[in-house]
Design a protein around this ligand. Structure first.
Ligand code: WT7
Length: 566
């Protein structure tokens, strides 16, 4: 495991079939991510190997072998089957990072149903929009999140089952059912649904400039890419203790917090706890973490805590560090080199790509501040934004674009064909980001090519925030844009015009904030509201957020003539 071959060698002879072979997949045959991440490893002799060592902020711990993953995911799958969940139906996982989330994910997939993970910090409005759009049949959740589900369930007639993993029947209402993973009769044998390559697997919601979030539809064949990129890019080896600190409510937490490591038979540790530098270092020291997949905001928060705290811990087990989600500044790479003795390897990808597509490959010299090169088997370029032809000139910015057809590419947005089609131009898939490529083929991230806000590695769509703002009685119009932030890179700022009869004040700002705080997620919350008399608009009346964003970043707005004519 790991890969001693060089990037150049692997790129020259690359074919995804290497992963198909290693996974034992035969074209046209069954392929089921739930089975591949549990039963398959048991057949390979890893039944008693530790798959998951889980810990929470109170120090509670649980350990699961690959055989436990197999049996417990069978148990959940069986339970869902008894409830009448059919293949293809959407089952939402709405939990903190508890074992039921990870194992439930595999269980849902074993039934042939579609796993729809949602970030448990979402408020009822964010949850509602996504459950309604996906026409979700069942939700698996915890007692602490039940009030949010109860608040919206009457508006979701197709949500037949609300499954609660940590409460007894007596506390429940109609349509709610209790399931205790540890107490349910263990199901040794479950007839895993024979999904095939193109069967839908995971539905992740992601934000765009316009409209509500879109459901990115993955298929079971995605595992081919997730398996190989986890092995090659994260450099996973049999004895590794792997920690991905992303939440499975987002794609990093499923592609590389479940599917990637487990399809490789790797032991992973999970910390169900928020950010705290001391706790994080203690956690890595205690578990002897060897490979750590993290994110720039977390790294910047650690940098703020200094080096002395690092030295108080024995982190000598760390062998490989990688990062994803937002620009990883050169200072962060140099800092990690200094304090951990090894650099963070930046990786670039998206919900829609399903796997890492541009990366600092192991063994390849790291250029701090660069995202690295295309993964072998991925053709990536920067396109001229007018002609959609590759720029082909070192250092000139273009739109990051990929040749379609890699295994974990989404197969569409749920019920939104037009939105998906719009992602393709001239035979390329457009990521919606801008970058330049240097003479050595390294990509340098420049920014997003749309109005989406990336705060602390989480994408937030302006439309969702603006819709919530419009729900406030005083708000006439609003525009949500990014403003710079030293740790989160970007935070949300809202420009608001008020209806007649309302005047700007600190109290009003507070009232608006309070109204939307609970409805969205804490991430989407504007850090600042600025009251204005009017918002910049095109001739046809569309709000031009870009002007406001440029103001926040003290950047020139550039040529707006075509935009203003919209
Ligand atoms: C967007 C995708 C799949 C990772 C988790 C986020 C930004 C991602 C980088 C990076 C600069 C990055 C891009 C991208 N992004 N990685 N290494 N450097 N920006 O998945 O929520 O779909 O977000 O995150 O803008 O398009 P996502």
């Amino acid at each position: 495991m790991g890969n001693p071959a060089s990037y150049e060698e692997l790129s020259a002879n690359f074919d995804w079939s290497v992963a198909e072979r290693e996974l034992g997949y035969r074209q046209g045959g069954p392929i089921n991510i739930g089975w591949m991440c549990s039963d398959r490893l048991c057949h390979l002799g890893l039944a008693n190997k530790l798959a998951l060592h889980w810990e929470d902020y109170q120090g509670n711990q649980k350990r699961f072998t690959f055989d436990d993953l197999r049996v417990l995911s069978n148990t959940i799958a069986h339970f869902l089957g008894e409830l009448g969940i059919q293949p293809g139906e959407r089952v939402c996982l709405f939990m903190d990072r508890v074992p039921e989330l990870y194992i439930g994910f595999l269980g849902v997939l074993k039934t042939g149903a579609v796993a729809q993970p949602l970030f448990s910090a979402f408020g009822d409005e964010s949850l509602f929009v996504r459950l309604q759009n996906a026409n979700t049949s069942a939700i698996i959740t915890q007692k602490k999140h039940l009030p949010k589900v109860r608040k919206i369930r009457e508006q979701l007639p197709n949500l037949r089952h609300i499954i609660v993993v940590d409460v007894g029947e007596s506390a429940l209402q109609p349509r709610e059912v209790s399931f205790h993973m540890d107490q349910a009769p263990r199901i040794e044998d479950f007839a895993v649904y024979p999904t095939t390559a193109e069967s839908p697997s995971v539905l992740h919601y992601t934000s765009g400039t316009t409209g509500q979030p879109k459901g990115a539809q993955h298929v079971h064949y995605s595992i081919v890419a997730q398996y190989l990129t986890a092995k090659w890019v994260l450099d996973l080896r049999p004895d590794d203790i792997y920690w991905c600190n992303a939440d499975p409510g987002w794609v990093t937490g499923t592609s590389y917090g479940i599917i990637g490591p487990w399809s490789n038979g790797i032991t992973q540790v999970v910390f169900d706890s928020g950010f705290n530098a001391e706790h994080w270092y203690q956690f890595m020291e205690k578990h002897r973490v060897t490979v750590w997949y993290s994110a720039p905001t977390a790294i910047r928060l650690l940098m703020k805590e200094g080096t002395e705290i690092v030295q108080r811990h024995d982190l000598s087990s760390l062998r490989y560090l990688a990062s994803v989600g937002e620009p990883l500044n050169a200072e962060a790479v140099l800092w990690s080199q200094k304090v951990f003795g090894k650099p963070f390897h930046d990786t670039f990808w998206q919900t829609e790509t399903g796997c890492i597509v541009i990366t600092n490959f192991p063994g390849m010299p790291v250029k701090p501040g660069s995202m690295g090169k295309a993964f072998p088997g991925i053709t990536a370029t920067a396109l001229n934004p007018k002609t959609y032809e590759p720029v082909n000139q070192p250092g000139i910015a273009g739109l990051i674009a990929l040749r379609p057809g890699w295994p974990s590419q989404i197969r569409g947005y749920w019920n939104n064909e037009a939105g998906y089609k719009a992602k393709f131009k001239n035979g390329w898939y457009l990521c919606g980001d801008r970058a330049s490529i240097d003479a050595d083929g390294y990509f340098w991230f420049m920014g997003r090519d749309d109005d989406v806000i990336n705060t602390g590695g989480h994408l937030v769509g302006p439309f969702e925030i603006e819709s919530a703002l419009l729900g406030c009685p005083s708000v006439a119009e609003s525009a949500a844009v990014a403003k710079p932030d030293p740790v989160n890179m970007e935070v949300v700022k809202a420009y608001v015009t008020l209806k007649k009869g309302f005047t700007p004040s600190d109290d009003l700002e507070l009232e608006i904030m309070n109204r939307i705080r609970k409805r969205l997620s804490p991430l989407a919350m504007p850090q600042e509201i600025e009251f204005v008399d009017s918002l910049p608009k095109t001739r046809s009346g569309k709000i031009v957020r870009r002007i406001l964003r440029c103001k926040e970043f003290h950047e020139p707005v550039g040529d707006l003539s075509t935009i203003m004519d919209d």
